[in-house]
Design a binder for this molecule. Structure first.
Ligand code: 5AD
Ligand code: SF4
Length: 447
C-alpha cells in the first residue's frame, strides 16, 4: 500500500469556502491525499481564499510568503491558491509568488485531480474558467465518513445583483441553482451520515430557482419544505439572502415549517436611501423595515442578523445617522459591519473615497450600537427554553457545547451521549459571545 499524501487546506472567508474546501479534500482523496491539520509536513497546501475586502486578499500573499520556506524542507511540496482571489487575480498570483504551483478558481474544482497530476509532474497550472459542466455533479459521490451534526450544503452560487461595492458577481459569476433532486440526494446522504442540521448556502440563496423533479421551477421555500420531510433532519437554515428575494412563501415557511430555524441573516448594508441607491441595492430603508415586520409577523421570535458597510463613497454624516436609525428600528440579534473597501473592477471603486478616519469613527459608533443590541438579545434569552443541537464537548469537564435554535452558542452540563442530539435547554445566563443553560429535567437520555 502506498503511503497517503498529506493535504493541508486553509480556508478564508465565507461558509461557501468551508463547503468548497470539504469538496476539494474529497476530490483529492481520490488522488491519494488525506487531510492534515498543519502545513508542516504536508505534500500539498491549498489556500482557499476570499476577495471580498482588500485585507482578506492581502492576507493570502503574506501567508504565501510564510509558507514558501516549507519547500526547502520538502521539495515535493506543492502550493495552490483556490477561491475568489484565484479567480480575480489568476496569473498575477503565479507572477507575484514563484512558490505557487497551482491557481484554481471556484468553478473548476472538479478538475483538481487532473491539475494535481500536472503540478506533481512539475508544471505550474492555472484554471479560472467558467466551464459549462456542473462541478458539483463531478465533485460529489465518494464513499464518505461519518461527520459532525451540522453541515453546509451549497444550493446556489453566483450573483446577478451587482451591488456597486461587491466583487462576487465577478468572482463567482452569474447566479446558478443546482437541481432540487441533486440537493435533496445530498441532504439525504448527509443525514445518513449523522447530520441533524443543514445550512443551505448561496451567495444569493433566497433567489434559488432550481429545476424540480416534477419539471417545475422550485423556489427556496419549496426546497426547504421538501427537505424538512427527510427523516432524521432536525434543522434547516439558509444564508445569505437579499431583501428583494424574500418571497411570500419563504416568509410563510418561517411561520409554518418547524424545521426552519428562527434565525435569518438579511443584510441591508445601509439605512440611507441615498446610499442604498448609490450601492444599487434596488430597495429603500422603508422596504426593508416593512419586510422585517412581515417576517416577524410570521415568526415573532425570529432573530435577525445583518451586514453593514460604513464609509461607502458619498456617505454623509446624515446618511450614517440614517443607518443608526435603521439599526435601532430593527433591533438586531447579531451583525457584521465593515469599513467600505475599494475593490478593483467594481463601480464604486471609481468614485471619490472617504478618509480612513471618518470610516473608522463611524464603524466604532455602529459597532457599539450593534454590540449593545447583541448583549440585549442574549440577556432576553435568559429564562427561556430553547432547542440546542450539541456539537462538541465543552472546555469544562462534563460540559457539552451546541447551537441554539437562534444560533447562539450554548454550554450545558451534559454527557457525551447528547452529541448530535437536540435537547430542550433552559437558558440560565449569558457571557460575552455565548449562553449558559441546563437540560430541562425529564428528557429521555438518547439511546
Ligand atoms: N467593502 C466592505 N464590505 C464589503 N462587503 C462586500 N463588499 C464589500 C466591500 N467592498 C460586505 C457586505 C456583504 C458582506 C459579505 O461583505 O456587507 O454583505
Ligand atoms: Fe454582492 Fe450580495 Fe450584492 Fe450580490 S447581493 S452583489 S453577493 S452584496
Amino acid at each position: 500500500m502506498t503511503t497517503p499524501k498529506k493535504l493541508f487546506i486553509k480556508t478564508y472567508g465565507c461558509q461557501m469556502n468551508v463547503y468548497d474546501s470539504e469538496r476539494m479534500a474529497e476530490a483529492l482523496g481520490g488522488s491519494g491525499y488525506v487531510t492534515t491539520d498543519t502545513p508542516e509536513g504536508a505534500d500539498m497546501i491549498l489556500l482557499n481564499t476570499c476577495h471580498i475586502r482588500e485585507k482578506a486578499a492581502e492576507k493570502v500573499y503574506s501567508e504565501l510568503g510564510r509558507l514558501k520556506g516549507l519547500k526547502l524542507d520538502n521539495p515535493a511540496l506543492r502550493i495552490g491558491v483556490t477561491g475568489c482571489v484565484a479567480q480575480a487575480e489568476g496569473a498575477e498570483i503565479l507572477r507575484r509568488q514563484p512558490a505557487v504551483d497551482l491557481v484554481v478558481g471556484p468553478q473548476s474544482y472538479h478538475r483538481l485531480p487532473d491539475l494535481e497530476a500536472r503540478v506533481r509532474a512539475g508544471e505550474r497550472a492555472l484554471d479560472t474558467d467558467f466551464p459549462e459542466e456542473d462541478k458539483f455533479d463531478k465533485l460529489a459521490a465518494r464513499p464518505k465518513a461519518r461527520r459532525g451534526p451540522a453541515a453546509f450544503l451549497t444550493v446556489q452560487e453566483g450573483c446577478d445583483k451587482f451591488c456597486a461595492f461587491c466583487v462576487v458577481p465577478y468572482t463567482r459569476g452569474a447566479e446558478v441553482s443546482r437541481p432540487a433532486a441533486r440537493v435533496l440526494d445530498e441532504a439525504r446522504d448527509l443525514v445518513a451520515r449523522g447530520v441533524a442540521e443543514i445550512t443551505l448556502l448561496g451567495q444569493n440563496v433566497n433567489a434559488y430557482h432550481g429545476a424540480g423533479p416534477d419539471g417545475a421551477d422550485w423556489g427556496l421555500a419549496r426546497l426547504i419544505r421538501q427537505m424538512a420531510r427527510i427523516e432524521g433532519l432536525k434543522r434547516i437554515r439558509y444564508t445569505t439572502s437579499h431583501p428583494n428575494d424574500m418571497e411570500d412563501d419563504l416568509i410563510a415557511a418561517h411561520g409554518d415549517c418547524p424545521e426552519l430555524m428562527p434565525y435569518l441573516h438579511l443584510p441591508v448594508q445601509s439605512g440611507s436611501d441615498r446610499v442604498l441607491k448609490a450601492m444599487n441595492r434596488q430597495h429603500t430603508a422603508q422596504d426593508y423595515l416593512r419586510l422585517i415586520d412581515r417576517i416577524r409577523a410570521a415568526r415573532p421570535d425570529i432573530l435577525i442578523s445583518g451586514d453593514f458597510i460604513v464609509g461607502f463613497p458619498g456617505e454623509s454624516d446624515e446618511d450614517f445617522e440614517a443607518t443608526l436609525d435603521l439599526v435601532r428600528a430593527v433591533g438586531y440579534g447579531q451583525c457584521y459591519s465593515f469599513k467600505y473597501s475599494t475593490r478593483p473592477g467594481t463601480p464604486a471603486a471609481e468614485r471619490d473615497q472617504l478618509p480612513e478616519d471618518v470610516k473608522s469613527d463611524r464603524l466604532a459608533r455602529l459597532q457599539a450600537l450593534l454590540s449593545a443590541q447583541q448583549t440585549a438579545t442574549q440577556e432576553a434569552m435568559v429564562g427561556r427554553t430553547v432547542g440546542v443541537l450539541f456539537e462538541k464537548p465543552g472546555r469544562m469537564p462534563g460540559q457539552m457545547v451546541g447551537k441554539s435554535d437562534h444560533l447562539h452558542a450554548v454550554h450545558v452540563q451534559a454527557g457525551p451521549e447528547w452529541l448530535g442530539r437536540v435537547a430542550q435547554v433552559q437558558i440560565t445566563g449569558t457571557e460575552r459571545n455565548s449562553l449558559a443553560g441546563q437540560l430541562v429535567a425529564g428528557q429521555d437520555a438518547p439511546a
